[in-house]
Write a protein of this length. Sequence first.
Length: 100
Amino acid sequence: LNWLSRWLAMPMASLHAGVNLYAVNPGEKIGSIWPRPVLIVHGANDEIIPFSHGKRLYDRAYEPRDVMFTGGTHNEILDDPAVVDRVVQFVLYAQSSPVI
């Protein structure tokens, strides 16, 4: 699976997005999107991205931030009704921090 993502999926996704996804580092960029709200959703059983990466990303985000850690795998979280509901609620009600 790791070989497929490295040599097939990432190059195809990069081509589709028009960006070199190997060069994207969310941990370095997450702080620069403040004061916009951030929601991190990550499955504890993610077989592609280590769970520690999701926790670290949340730790690096500034308020307002929210998190939902589930027991799902990388793709199972997309089928979890609780995740879908949490994302919808976040999009509907999240508010930016006031900028002084």
